[in-house]
Design a protein around this ligand. Structure first.
Ligand code: FEO
Length: 165
């Protein structure tokens, strides 16, 4: 069955959330840059690029199924953080929220027997498992090293966290 207008609206809304995630990660990356932590800057800049790619996947899918593409207004990202733990914790919370939204979108597609959209969304379901796991581990390590030893977190990111694809 064709993709209906309520699904198009929901896909456009998710495109907006992915763009907001892109901006939020740019903000986190810049905060780590200002803190003099180049590996964390690199990691979150790569994460920002990945979120932009996610948004483009939604945009192109909406184009392919006939649109219309409607880019929503975007919330300004949080500009600063009190600590590395707060910045990484915020990233984990965003990823959990994105997972929830992707799951609701999948529910919508399945309820409508919209096989094209559910197949499109499957990639995001898998991706979110990886993204949440990465941020959970990053938060765990951030807490373990403590704010006074963030060079150890730099080492961890350099050695253990692959740059997002
Ligand atoms: Fe595109 Fe990290 O969610």
């Amino acid at each position: 069955m064709p993709v209906d207008s309520a699904t198009i609206d929901a896909l456009n809304a998710q495109m907006g959330r992915e763009l907001e995630a892109h901006l939020q990660y740019l903000s986190v990356s810049s905060w780590f840059d200002a803190e003099g932590l180049p590996e964390l800057k690199r990691f979150f800049a790569a994460q920002a690029a990945e979120e932009h790619e996610h948004a483009m996947r939604f945009l192109e899918y909406v184009q392919d199924v006939g649109g219309p593409v409607v880019i929503p207004s975007l919330a300004a990202p949080k500009p600063t953080f009190e600590s590395a733990e707060e910045a990484v914790g915020a990233a984990l919370e965003w990823e959990k929220q994105v997972t929830e939204h992707i799951d609701r979108l999948m529910d919508l597609a399945l309820a409508r027997n919209d096989h094209a959209t559910s197949t499109f969304l499957q990639w995001f379901v898998t991706e979110q498992v990886e993204e949440v796991a990465t941020m959970e581990q990053m938060l765990q390590v951030t807490r373990r090293v403590g704010e006074g030893n963030l060079m150890l977190l730099e080492d961890y990111v350099a050695r253990s966290v692959p740059a997002p694809e």
